[in-house]
Design a protein. Structure first.
Length: 174
């Protein structure tokens, strides 16, 4: 086992840890962004990405595979910094928001299914109907609006403006 002082030193150059954290975050963010919101589940894309990358970055420090914990801590800090930076950019410059953040997609408008949106999200009619049934809706005509939210969940606004049933599961099956 390494000495106690070895746990609190960098075993790779600081610049390398910063670059690794940056490349992994941005590359994974881009891949998951292209994959679509249905794959993200009940969390936002950034939440999912941060959890996965932080777990991966922390693993070597936890398992003792790196000489120092500072390497993992620096990568984790870099990942969180990029997560905050993307949120700040989308907030500060709304014109960038569509590139950086997902928006709700209207799947149903005034009782009519938006086939184009379903195709774009790789969602079949039966899958949409299953989601509507989980909200207590059995007929598309009873829906004023249904949105695929950035979290991957489907929200339903009934035509009669009654509250739909809450969904019975935490996210869209993908």
């Amino acid at each position: 086992m390494a000495g106690w002082t070895d746990l609190f030193r960098f075993s790779v150059p600081v610049e390398e840890s910063l670059l690794r954290g940056t490349v992994m975050f941005l590359a994974t963010y881009a891949i998951v962004r292209v994959a679509g919101k249905r794959e993200a589940g009940a969390h936002s894309l950034t939440d999912l990405l941060v959890v996965v990358l932080v777990a991966q970055a922390a693993a070597p420090g936890l398992a003792g595979k790196s000489a120092g914990t500072l390497d993992s801590l620096l990568v984790i800090a870099t990942i969180y910094a990029w997560s905050v930076a993307i949120d700040a950019l989308a907030y500060r410059w709304p014109a960038l928001a569509p590139l950086l953040k997902s928006r709700p997609v209207a799947l149903i408008r005034d009782g009519r299914i938006n086939q184009r949106a379903l195709r774009r999200e790789f969602m079949g009619r039966e899958e949409l109907m299953a989601e509507l049934r989980m909200h207590g809706v059995t007929d598309v005509k009873d829906v004023a609006r249904a949105y695929l939210e950035p979290s991957g969940m489907i929200s339903v606004i009934r035509a009669d403006h009654k509250e739909p049933d809450p969904p019975t599961k935490s996210h869209v099956a993908g």
